[in-house]
Design a protein around this ligand. Sequence first.
Ligand code: SF4
Ligand code: SF4
Length: 100
Amino acid sequence: MIAQINIDYTLCKDPLSCRKCLSVCPSVVFVCGPTKVWKGRETDLSEYKIVGRYFDKCSGCGDCVKSCPTDAINLEFLLREQLAQKFREERATQLRERNV
Ligand code: SF4
Ligand code: SF4
């Protein structure tokens, strides 16, 4: 089983100030970075997001979920094939949206 870490960005609005999930995670699964890089201007602080990037390292301890003050993190566990299928569907949706 592989962890899928979903973050509700309507609840996680200021990750740069908070970063509690990032601090408590023993497996260093989370990264916080800009969603866009602009040429010639600094990235606005509101454009930073926290994501569970190295989810294959997640042990499922649940510390991030417990530490989040806004209940923005949802953990779900999927079989490797289910996860691959989910990624294929997300990718197909992205490609369809680009071609609209
Ligand atoms: S469940 Fe534990 S190991 Fe997994 S992302 Fe959260 S804190 Fe890190
Ligand atoms: S602990 Fe919750 S609110 Fe804080 S940065 Fe992580 S996901 Fe966002």
